[in-house]
Design a protein around this ligand. Structure first.
Ligand code: ZN
Length: 477
């Protein structure tokens, strides 16, 4: 298979160094506020890459960090009047909840900056000993870019061109404007850890170098992240890691996903134009979100709109219907081999998910036609489900809800009377029953029992919204 690397700017044959285990590091989030669909896009793309590598027979050791100490965390925690660690903890819990709902496989390890201080300090000490970094009199430590001959090789820029746009914070004792912080001396009231240069906290870039070295070793097979991390974050990771180990390359393949745009701009917390993952999952299934993201190549930018995700919702429905289609006969079975070949060839070409998905839709069409003609479709359906699973599609009505414990909902259905003959197995069906039952009760002026439904659902984290078009439900939290 061939994979494109940002470092070389071309597609190259991929096999892991040891032939078996792919060492993969993907930069994670700074848990200071709700994750948005831009994070979902990145997570879905790297989850797809990891799943496909596993489908090829490799073991993937997948490491993703949490930057759980940083200016934004400290600022927001101060405004909320809670410790920075508490804010980070809340958002990490929320992140896991949302990743599970999106059917993202869990990483092998989730290191956190605040838990990796010994390795971070060891790397900074090593860099200072080699002359690649220096400590200042005010307790900071910086990486010395002028000592690094190939600084700029990932973003394909020269040091001179970077200096033109550089802004140096007042008070920073830097030798060169592009030198970047490895350690930040403590300011009053900030969380701090002891170090040989005085109390403080690590810079952002150094944590990823320390975590990669500690959890994956000196050479990564794949390093991933959003295209907005190429400079300065990944450029700086390369500089630190290769200066520390003396080995090149730090990462053999650099993969960057294109950015998600809302309207004409990049979706970001700082611009304030974002849709949270929670909001998106209230309106769409995880499969729809995934089909929407993987409908474009991972390196391309993607525009988010309700209409596009709704179209993906209908696409997911088509795949689901084909996977469950019933044929009356078993003759002349539909052969899925050609579709599997197209799927694998597309994915082997730098994860061309758009073409792989096109093969799945064509297979779905063949299955539907075969079922109409009473041909055998079971083998083709097994292939459809398997390949959909390789890119993380569940083909379930609502992925996140498969994990919901239905017991309290069924108890509520019993309690308010007239339960259906077949008790629902999915949230969506339980909710449509309860909403219809509540409407009946209100019509019959049994308001107390009707209210019991609204209150009972509220206890289960479900909010009802009445409008002239009817009653809608959503997960409150
Ligand atoms: Zn990173």
């Amino acid at each position: 298979m061939k994979i494109h690397s940002t470092l070389t700017g071309r597609k190259d044959d991929f096999t892991p160094v040891d032939g078996k285990t792919v060492k993969m590091y993907v930069c994670g989030v700074t848990p200071y506020s709700a994750a948005h669909v831009g994070h979902a896009m990145s997570s879905i793309n790297f989850d797809m890459i990891r799943r496909y590598l596993e489908h090829k027979g490799y073991t993937v050791r997948y490491v993703q960090n949490f930057t759980d100490i940083d200016d934004k965390i400290i600022d927001r925690a101060n405004r909320l009047g809670i410790p920075a660690s508490e804010l980070a903890e809340q958002h990490i819990a929320e992140f896991f909840h949302e990743m599970d709902a999106l059917n993202i496989k869990r990483a092998t390890v989730y290191p956190r900056a605040t838990q990796e201080l010994p390795k971070i300090i060891e790397v900074i000490q090593g860099l200072i000993a080699k002359g690649a970094a220096y400590a200042t009199s005010n307790g900071d430590a910086y990486y010395r870019v002028t000592k690094d001959d190939d600084y700029g090789k990932l973003s394909h820029r020269t040091l001179d061109s970077m200096v033109a746009g550089a802004r140096v914070e007042p008070g920073a004792q830097k030798e060169h404007p592009m030198d970047f912080a490895l350690w930040k001396g403590a300011k009053p009231g900030e969380p701090q850890w002891p170090s040989p240069w005085g109390p403080g906290r690590p810079g952002w870039h150094i944590e990823c170098t320390a975590m990669s070295l500690r959890h994956l070793g000196e050479t990564l097979d794949i390093h991933g992240g959003g295209a907005d991390l190429i400079f300065p974050h990944h450029e700086n990771e390369i500089a630190q890691s290769e200066s520390f180990t003396g080995k090149q390359p730090f990462a053999r393949f650099w993969l960057h996903n294109g950015l998600l745009q809302l309207g004409e701009e990049k979706m970001s917390k700082s611009l304030g134009n974002l849709v949270t993952i929670k909001e998106a999952l209230e309106r769409h299934t995880a499969d729809a979100m995934r089909l929407f993201v993987l409908g474009s190549h991972y390196r391309s930018p993607l525009k988010f709109s309700e209409e596009s995700v709704q179209a993906a919702d209908r696409g997911a429905e088509r795949l689901r219907t084909a996977a469950g289609a019933v044929s009356k006969g078993n003759v002349n079975p539909v052969d899925p081999a050609l579709f599997r070949k197209r799927f694998d060839e597309a994915m082997d070409d730098d994860f061309n998910t758009a073409q792989a998905i096109a093969a799945l839709f064509d297979l779905a069409r063949e299955i539907n036609r075969g079922a109409e003609e009473s041909r055998g479709v079971q083998q083709a359906q097994a292939t459809l489900k398997e390949l959909a699973g390789v890119i993380g599609l569940t083909l379930k009505e609502s992925s996140g809800e498969g994990k919901t414990d239905m017991t309290p909902f069924l108890a509520l259905i019993q309690e308010v009377g007239e339960p259906p003959k077949e008790m629902p197995e999915e949230m969506a069906k339980a909710m449509s029953h309860l909403i219809a039952r509540r409407a009946e009760l209100r019509k019959a002026k049994q308001f107390q029992l009707a209210d019991r439904i609204r209150i009972g659902l509220g206890d289960l984290g479900i909010a009802l919204e009445d409008s002239p078009e009817g009653t809608k439900w959503r997960k409150a939290r």
